[in-house]
Design a protein around this ligand. Structure first.
Ligand code: NOJ
Length: 535
């Protein structure tokens, strides 16, 4: 049980992900920047979020839009200067909010000075900072490992006659985390930002960081679906999630623990029983291993109810849960489940136990935006053109107002603005009491005001093929029943056993607010309600 008085900021708080290229352009080049984010801090404060996570802002050739870093302690001129960053951090803190940076320790850019040195000769002192291997006798790569972005994960280097490993693009060579110098260099990067006052990191592809020492071939995936990425042809059992990764995560945690209340989120796509091991043994791992089940599961009440139960049951006693509906790598929730149902998803995200992360624009019901085939920018889309895997659609400019470029920029932005931006935007939705934005704001307000919703226990009370219901309760605090219809058709719930009595305080359809609730509940399709329970 967690008491509000004992909860840390990242346990009580709400995280908001900013994709910096697409949030706010302040200098008229069509790409978002740090000063742009700073201009919008009052909006984020008004919305009620606690912490802002910004995807990478460091110098980068942008082969993977910033996830290919060429200097871990600099700022890309496209995003601004270090002074701009310092000012942003100061203003975030002045508003009582926190700032989380993206840390990409698994790989660098191929233009990073470390890699330039490493590839310069076989006996360069930094050769072993990356993963270099001899070709097989016939010249083939050392093993069958595949790149997430398509093709072999091994790139031949003509000059030194060896292959190097890259889990992502060939422009993103993987660091060799078995080398203590690499570890220390990255821990120093962390210290650099922590010394500046950054509140935490979202750690990119944490489960990739160490590979099998023997580099054994990955086995074939018997369930491969050719509509998915080529990478799915193999099961990455030797290239990811190796036991030694936990020592690394633990060492990163020690770096953080030398400071006050800093935190680390791990990006980890793994089944629940493996995911929870990233909390570490005895609370010495990641604070929040990202839980992507609401991103990956089919949107079906039964599946979701049982996954929540499985997750709650698998968490170590010190592990704080967290929830995500979308991010810059995934189709937006509104495009997956529809606008009406995305309101139910919002209610789920913001009433479950654990830290919610909101992806920018989710609060407006922004949809994935179609990008003309010949304008695709994302390397994942470009490398596998027939599979519709581009991530551009979920990365389009934030929709602030009715103006031509939605208030994001004064010029044509790097990705198209949604054709719906004249009605789906912050300006319009702020004055519409029924809007998605108002729903998010009210859900956040309620959650942050009520100890039961913020830190209370999760008690599942009902689920069937359409709906799920649960109670949130903290000692001595007002209790809440949450009932969500995850289907589009009306549903009935018979909760006799529970002797429910209460009143709807917040609903996806505001007309339901104030309604008295007893043990027989009927909801319309796509309806979700939060009921304050009579004590
Ligand atoms: C995960 C990031 O979220 C994604 O955008 C990126 O392409 C890969 N890691 C590689 O860094």
């Amino acid at each position: 049980m967690m008491l509000e008085s004992e909860a840390l900021w990242w346990q009580k708080g709400i995280i908001y992900q900013v994709y910096p290229r697409s949030f706010q352009d302040s200098n008229g080049d069509g790409v978002g920047d740090l000063n742009g984010i700073r201009q919008r801090l009052d909006y984020l404060k008004w919305l009620g979020v606690t912490a802002i996570w910004i995807s990478p802002i460091y110098p980068s050739p942008m082969a993977d839009f910033g996830y290919d870093i060429s200097d871990y302690t600099g700022i890309h001129p496209l995003f601004g200067t270090m002074d701009d960053f310092d000012m942003l951090l100061k203003e975030v803190h002045q508003r009582g909010m926190k700032l989380i940076l993206d840390l990409v320790p698994n790989h660098t850019s191929d233009q990073h000075p470390w890699f330039l040195e490493s590839r310069s000769s076989k006996n360069n002192p930094k050769r072993d900072w990356y993963i270099w291997k001899e070709a097989k006798e016939d010249g083939a790569p050392p093993n069958n490992w595949l790149s997430v972005f398509g093709g072999s994960a091994w790139e031949w280097d003509e000059q030194t006659g060896q292959y190097y490993y890259h889990a992502f693009l060939k422009e993103q060579p993987d660091l060799n985390w078995r080398n203590p110098e690499v570890q220390e260099a990255m821990f120093n990067v962390m210290r650099y930002w922590l010394d500046k006052g950054v509140d935490g990191f979202r750690v990119d592809v944490m489960w990739h960081m160490i590979k099998d020492e023997q580099f054994r071939d990955n086995p074939v995936n018997p369930d491969y679906d050719p509509n998915t990425a080529d990478y799915e042809q193999l099961l990455p059992v030797y290239s990811t999630d190796q036991p030694e990764v936990h020592d690394i995560v633990h060492k990163m945690r020690q770096v953080l623990d030398a400071y006050d209340e800093r935190m680390m989120i791990g990006e980890i796509y793994l089944p629940i029983h493996k995911l929870v091991t990233y909390y570490g043994t005895d609370n010495n791992g990641a604070h929040l291993p990202f839980n992507f089940m609401l991103v990956s599961l089919p949107w079906e009440a039964k599946r979701i109810a049982s996954a929540i139960a499985e997750y709650e049951g698998a968490l170590p006693q010190y592990g704080w849960p967290n929830w995500v509906l979308g991010n810059h790598d995934q189709p937006r929730i509104t495009s997956r489940v529809g606008l009406q149902q995305s309101k139910v998803a919002a209610m789920l995200l913001l009433t479950l136990r654990g830290a919610p992360t909101i992806y920018y624009g989710e609060e407006l019901g922004m949809r994935d935006v179609p990008v003309p085939f010949d304008e695709v920018q994302d390397p994942q889309g470009l490398n596998m053109p027939d599979k519709n895997l581009s991530r551009d659609p979920e990365r389009t400019p934030m929709q602030w107002d009715r103006s031509e470029y939605a208030g994001f920029s004064t010029v044509k932005p790097w990705l198209p603005v949604s054709s719906t931006s004249k009605r789906v935007n912050v300006e319009v939705q702020t004055s519409d009491p029924y809007s998605q934005l108002k729903l998010y704001k009210r859900l956040i307000e309620l959650r942050q005001r009520e100890p039961s919703l913020m830190v209370g226990d999760y008690v599942p009370v009902y689920s069937d093929h359409q709906a799920i219901a649960y109670i949130r309760q903290a000692p001595g605090a007002t209790r809440f029943l949450i009932v969500l219809n995850l289907s589009h058709r009306p549903c009935y719930l018979k909760l006799q056993r529970l002797q429910i009595k209460g009143k709807v305080v917040l609903a996806t359809a505001t007309e339901l607010e104030g309604m008295e609730i007893t043990e027989m509940i009927q909801l319309g399709g796509d309806d979700g309600i939060i009921v304050v329970l009579a004590s």
